[in-house]
Design a protein around this ligand. Structure first.
Ligand SMILES: Nc1ncnc2c1ncn2[C@@H]1O[C@H](COP(=O)(O)OP(=O)(O)OP(=O)(O)O)[C@@H](O)[C@H]1O
Length: 255
């Protein structure tokens, strides 16, 4: 069977930050990065702290506009769209962040957090909305009773499931997962990863999965791209990664 076309195509992506003082040169956080992600595929972006993983994720999501390069999502170039033009497309490419509590409104009940994207994007129907929220809770392994709670009444793993349910509300095609289980207790990580894997199988979602954890990446990703100093220095199947994460730079073959 031919491979499906990529849902995300990134080419020559560049992100600069200003130097700390006006005498310092700009920081080239992302320095010409290219990759594709296909429907149903997980591409892991790995590398040491500060190599530019989160800056790449932020630029893909157009939360910070890249300085140059191309981000094509579902065949559309995102970098040239205005914020207004991007707005209706945003539900289709959603972030899941590392710190679930920090990304949830502590005063808002879970069911309202999950309903929020539907309301914001004009997709809330009072007749069907509550059932859709219940369905989303179920998809991430929570039940209706969790909907009435506030984030502070949930465990870290449950909070992250709420973050995933919110990301799924408007039927995305791509999730950008920035260290989605790193802040969680190791005992609940596998449960959240299993939810992500099951959702991908069921919905054909594409994942860009940012991580520094090679053992985890071997487990969840199909392909891996290794970043160093703002560049991708190797790509390959995740199963080619060594079991011990001592030499991440040589973990995958170039090309
Ligand atoms: N807002 C910013 N202003 C200036 N420099 C920044 C900013 N954000 C990141 N940087 C710098 O850009 C480089 C890449 O950072 P980035 O956070 O993208 O890397 P990372 O691989 O995600 O690291 P980590 O795993 O520690 O989050 C680093 O040198 C960082 O110090």
């Amino acid at each position: 069977m031919p491979e499906p076309s990529p849902v995300l195509q990134v080419r020559d992506l560049v992100v600069h930050y200003p130097g700390r003082t006006r005498h310092d040169p700009p920081v080239r956080a992302v320095d010409g990065v290219s990759f594709d992600v296909r429907p149903g595929e997980t591409l892991a972006l790995i590398g040491e702290s500060g190599c530019g993983k989160s800056s790449t994720a932020t630029a893909v999501l157009q939360l910070r506009r890249p300085d140059s390069g191309s981000v094509r999502f579902a065949g559309r170039e995102l970098t040239t769209l205005t914020d207004e033009e991007l707005r209706p497309l945003r539900p289709a490419f959603q972030p899941v962040f590392q710190d679930p509590y920090g990304s949830l409104n502590p005063r808002r009940r879970v069911r309202d957090t999950i309903a929020e994207p539907l309301r914001v994007h004009g997709r809330w129907d009072p007749a069907t909305g509550p059932a859709r929220v219940a369905e989303l809770l179920e998809m991430v392994g929570l039940d209706a009773s969790h909907g009435a709670r506030r984030p502070g009444e949930l465990s870290g793993g449950q909070q992250q499931r709420v973050g995933i349910a919110r990301a799924l509300a408007c039927e995305p095609r791509l999730l950008v997962l920035d260290e989605p289980v790193s802040a969680l207790d190791p005992s609940v990580r596998a449960g959240v990863l299993n939810v992500l894997t099951a959702l991908q199988d069921e919905l054909g979602l594409a994942y860009l999965f940012i991580s520094h954890d090679l053992a985890l990446v071997r487990h969840v990703a199909h392909r891996v791209a290794v970043m160093r100093a703002g560049r991708i220095v190797g790509t390959g199947p995740a199963r080619t990664l060594p079991a011990t994460p001592e030499h991440p730079r040589t973990a995958a073959k170039s090309g």
